[in-house]
Design a protein around this ligand. Sequence first.
Ligand code: ADP
Ligand code: MG
Length: 160
Amino acid sequence: MESKEIITHSAAETQQVGEQLAQRLPKGTVILLDGDLGAGKTTFTKGLATGLGIKQLVRSPTFTIMREYHDGRLPLYHMDAYRLENGGGADLGLEEYFDSDGVLVIEWSQWIADLLPADYLRVSLKRADQEDEATRTVTLTAHGTLFVQLVATLKRPADE
Ligand code: ADP
Ligand code: MG
């Protein structure tokens, strides 16, 4: 399991991490996105969309379960599994999205933990310092072998 911690100091830097990542993602990628309300999940996803060349506005999928964006290099499927607390992931045909033509981002993946594929990325966002509104720890972890190299070679925004 390869893991990397990146500290960001603004929403723009968090977007930049997502953007850099997205430029290198293969189709069929699954990303689990964790973090409390306001941690920066939607901000990070906006960066992913930019990195995929998506121009459409990314909004939180909370009330829709899934939002799809098709105007980039690869489609982006943004899913919120919150409503699947009592199961229903299998009914939704989630496995089809795991082997998709695009990038699948899942928030609240704990509700579908028993359905996950062998290879996926986990991105966790955390307020790094309660005194500081703008600092986040972004932890990227490769599960399986597919994304190990990608995580290892990701750059911190300040390194660029
Ligand atoms: P979530 O989707 O996790 O609820 P959002 O991305 O909607 O969170 O909101 C994060 C908020 O925190 C935004 O208002 C953003 O501008 C702000 N913010 C401040 N610093 C950062 C940072 N380093 N990374 C991400 N967001 C940040
Ligand atoms: Mg959000």
